[in-house]
Ligand binder design. Structure first.
Ligand SMILES: Cc1cc2nc3c(=O)[nH]c(=O)nc-3n(C[C@H](O)[C@H](O)[C@H](O)COP(=O)(O)O)c2cc1C
Ligand code: SF4
Ligand code: SF4
Ligand code: SF4
Length: 775
């Protein structure tokens, strides 16, 4: 039967487990020592005793700096000879089996003699072990460094422990004079800890270890840089830092002592241990006894229990019976840089076209984050080029798309989706204002003609795709006014006629021939939401009290209602019907402002009654209601125009395949696999936008004058979730410029340039980079 207890014998003393509370503020009184014994520690090293009376002895000031995972102190109280001796004597009387180490420093003028005297008095008082403190950086080192010079003469603590000759002279003399074991606790400050340890083992010291603590500058308050960050302290001062941040340095100290001094000597490691994992790692670096100080101050003595059981469980699961079975395990394995086996390889994208959810959700896979990115960085012209080179029909979407991209936007799970459609509309308005143009991505002519009958969005999309692929394409309309068919059949009525004409002009410029037929039918009268917006600033108080009912489902309606609310309109009702467009965030924001909302209801024709009021009949599954209102703003329903554009593209691909078989170049949207970014934890890069603030506060927006800055802010809220002209993190950080954007949403890694350093692999927020071995 294997025994997983952790006893360990050092210099004839049996420790029931390897854990002791290292010298510090948690080992300065009998009451503390009793707690230490009760909670299961094997030993305690009592608080440093200094003789003569410590020349730096202040009440303690501790700082806990979570940002750097450090516990630091600027001042600390030590014991004098009488206090130290009394603690050992009373401890030996009152405690059952707790092993007591006397942590001592002689700071007088008698040199070795003084050290000897001190050690012997503690031996006589009953100490089980003498631990020479040659580590404390808060004493002589701190004083010397703060003065700006290393002083000759009186050495204590760390300045002594970094000198092999002085340290071994003192330790050697004490070892000869006492019968109990002698430990020495060294500092890493001098940079030669293994060499000093070697000298000490040579003069018979039973165990050597390090404190790992370093003097450092504590947190600087940027607003009051010369004031102390510590409570109840005025000046700034260097501080002695311990805890988590020094774990790798502490492990290095232990590893170094073990590596230079071989398997036999005993090492005490009192550094950066806070969990059973830390303890196991430290044993693997070569430690025999494990001292913990900082964590007992932060969490209390009880932490030893989970640490002991964690180490035992680990040993059981790895079939280790004794700590010796894995002690120093890594020591012979640690290699220097020239000895390392490095495999040739490079970074590899597992999803080179990783799309942001906005793009994946869009049936036509419009590269949303790419154009938002260019708006965000102030290059709206490039955003226009991306959109138009993608499809000349995009301006339609800016007005009437039901925007599944916004519904899918990851930012929505944080606060509010990006107002993608509004950004797009802004891009086209800027293009019009500045007369921007774009380059059409043509293929060479095929000398094949395709005629499509009926001018609809689907056919326009098909025609553009085929024309760009090299076909001659003609669309024949039965209407004389070409805009009429589009406006009547697809867009209902809230897209400006000028936009329709502009898009048709662009389609013509791309080479599609539009042939006018005869007119039959009327263009419906437009409900002008923009006219309502323009009336807001001149509305009277009486206008603002009136009940106004809106009907529609577009984001432009949402924005208009907010503008009205901000301007003081108090009595608004919203009826949504048709495809669901408003997100739940939008709905609850409106409700929060007192808007009555009827979602997804059927709306009968608006009638005017004898009182001149407008009567609206609502119904849904047995629910019926009549609303009487003074003003009815019909914003229009959005049809799924983007679905039609995608279908048109697919039709073009089908025609092309029929015409050219395997030579076909028009791609189907269905064939494109765009993996969706699924990460939920995203980091907001920007402060909330003006609009978000407006939704949550009383800040007013001057829509007309603030639109450009609002759009810029809105674009900067985008989290750039996917690859290409979005995230760009790997491209930005690669020191060898290996990642390259090859299409607006596509990235490639130049494997010849990549040196396989692994930074992109470590940093990619979507974890789509692997490191490939090629040898
Ligand atoms: C507030 C404080 C006081 C300390 N005082 C002493 C001391 O009196 N004697 C000593 O040898 N080490 C002292 N140390 C060092 C600790 O014993 C220990 O070696 C060091 O903090 C690293 O271990 P840790 O990471 O578990 O804190 C002190 C540490 C702290 C944080
Ligand atoms: S945050 Fe930007 S990239 Fe991400 S889903 Fe929304 S619009 Fe797309
Ligand atoms: S770091 Fe960004 S751009 Fe690069 S692979 Fe990852 S998601 Fe794509
Ligand atoms: S950061 Fe650059 S060099 Fe490093 S692995 Fe990535 S692509 Fe290669």
């Amino acid at each position: 039967m294997k025994n997983f207890d952790l006893p360990i014998e050092v210099a004839g003393i049996k420790f029931k487990n390897p854990f002791y509370v290292a010298s510090g503020p948690t080992t300065k009184s009998l009451r503390q020592l009793q707690e230490i014994e009760k909670t299961g520690w094997a030993a305690a090293s009592i608080k440093l005793t200094m003789d003569p009376v410590p020349y730096i002895n202040r009440k303690p000031r501790y700082g806990l700096f979570h940002d750097r995972d450090a516990l630091a102190f600027t001042a600390e109280k030590r014991l004098d000879m009488e206090e130290g001796l009394r603690l050992i004597e009373s401890g030996k009387k009152a405690l059952k089996d707790l092993i007591l180490m006397a942590n001592i420093t002689y700071a007088g003028d008698d040199g070795v003699e003084g050290w000897l005297r001190m050690a012997k008095r503690f031996e006589d008082a009953g100490a089980d072990i003498i631990e020479l403190n040659m580590c404390c950086p808060n004493m002589s080192y701190n004083v010397e460094l703060t003065k700006g010079e290393i002083q000759e003469g009186k050495h204590t603590g760390a300045s002594m422990g970094s000198d092999p000759e002085i340290a071994s002279e003192i330790a050697g003399a004490i070892k000869q004079a006492i019968k109990i074991p002698l430990f020495v606790k060294l500092t890493p400050e001098g940079g030669q800890i293994a060499k000093v340890a070697h000298a000490l083992y040579n003069v018979g010291v039973d165990a050597v270890g390090s404190t790992a603590n370093r003097l450092g500058i504590p947190v600087i308050d940027l607003n009051k840089p010369t004031q102390a960050i510590y409570h109840l302290q005025d000046e700034i001062s260097m501080s002695c830092h311990s805890s988590g941040w020094l774990k790798p340095l502490a492990q290095r100290d232990t590893y170094e002592i073990r590596k230079v001094n071989g398997d036999e000597p005993v090492i005490t490691a009192t550094e950066g241990i806070r969990s059973w994992q830390d303890a196991v790692e430290m044993i693997m670096c070569g430690a025999n006894l494990l001292g913990i100080c900082g964590e007992t101050l932060i969490q209390g003595y009880d932490i030893v229990k989970p640490i002991i059981s964690g180490v035992k469980d680990y040993m059981k699961s790895h079939n280790y019976t004794f700590m010796d079975d894995y002690r120093s395990l890594i020591v012979p394995e640690v290699k220097s840089a020239p000895e390392l086996t490095l495999h040739d390889g490079h970074a590899w994208l597992t999803q080179p076209k990783l799309a942001a959810p906005c793009k994946s959700a869009c049936p036509h896979h419009v590269p949303v984050q790419a154009y938002i990115y260019y708006v965000a960085v102030g290059n709206t012209q490039k955003a226009y080029e991306i959109l138009s080179e993608f499809s000349p029909l995009q301006e339609f979407c800016a007005y009437i798309c039901d925007a599944p991209c916004e519904e899918a936007c990851i930012r929505g799970s944080l606060d509010r989706p990006i107002a993608i459609k509004e950004i797009k509309k802004y891009i086209f308005k800027e293009a019009e204002k500045n007369s921007w143009s774009y380059k059409v991505p043509y293929s060479s002519k095929l000398n094949k003609k395709i005629v499509l009958k009926g001018l609809n969005i689907n056919h326009l999309s098909t025609a553009v795709a085929l024309c760009r692929a090299g076909y001659d394409v003609e669309i024949i309309s039965r209407y004389q006014d070409l805009t009429q068919e589009i406006r009547q059949n697809y867009i209902e009525d809230h897209i400006p006629q000028a936009v329709v004409m502009r898009v048709l002009d662009r389609v013509r410029e791309e080479g599609v021939v539009l042939t006018e037929g005869k007119t039959d039918g009327e263009v419906k009268a437009a409900t002008d939401l923009e006219a309502f917006i323009s009336e807001i600033p001149v509305a009277t108080e009486a206008d603002k009290q009136k009940l106004i009912v809106f009907e529609g489902n577009g984001s432009n309606l949402y924005e208009a209602m907010f503008l009205a609310l901000e301007a003081g309109f108090t009595n608004l009702t919203l009826i949504t019907s048709g495809p669901k467009r408003f997100t739940s965030t939008m709905v609850s924001a409106l409700k929060g402002k007192g808007v009555e909302i009827f979602e997804g209801v059927n709306l009968g024709d608006a009638e005017i009654n004898e009182n001149g009021q407008i009567e609206l009949a609502l119904s849904l599954d047995g629910f019926e209601k009549i609303i009487y209102t003074d003003k009815f703003v019909r914003a229009g329903r959005t049809s799924s125009i983007i679905r039609e554009i995608a279908d048109g593209q697919n039709n073009a691909a089908q025609i092309d395949r029929k015409e050219r078989g395997d030579e076909s170049t028009v791609h189907t949207m269905k064939d494109d696999k765009f993996p969706v970014v699924s990460r939920k934890k995203v980091i907001a890069r920007q402060q909330p936008s003006v609009l978000t603030e407006a939704l949550t506060s009383s800040k007013k927006i001057d829509y007309a004058s603030e639109v450009a800055s609002w759009i810029l802010e809105e674009a900067n809220r985008c989290l750039r979730c996917g690859c290409g002209e979005g995230c760009q993190l790997c491209k930005t950080i690669c020191t060898d410029f290996a990642p390259q954007i090859v299409a607006s949403d596509e990235l490639q890694i130049n494997v010849d340039a990549c040196v396989a350093c692994g930074m992109c692999y470590l940093r990619c927020p979507n974890q789509i980079i692997d490191m490939i071995c090629v040898d």
